[in-house]
Design a protein around this ligand. Structure first.
Ligand code: ZN
Length: 59
């Protein structure tokens, strides 16, 4: 099972088309945190984390 988050679905205003994939939710959140820095987000807040988790898809 692979988990993925489409960045553009978390923040449609960003127009970002990056899709982050990982095998576990923990790994996924780490990769999302790394990608968030590309958007100038250095801290993944609980609100952002909830948004990201709501956008996780299984592929
Ligand atoms: Zn992005």
């Amino acid at each position: 099972m692979t988990l993925q988050v489409n960045c553009g679905k978390v923040n449609p205003e960003s127009g970002c088309t990056v899709i982050v994939q990982a095998e576990t939710e923990e790994e996924l959140m780490q990769k999302v945190a790394v990608h968030a820095k590309d958007h100038g987000i250095t801290e993944v807040t609980p609100e952002l984390m909830a948004q990201v988790k709501g956008a996780i898809e299984e592929v």
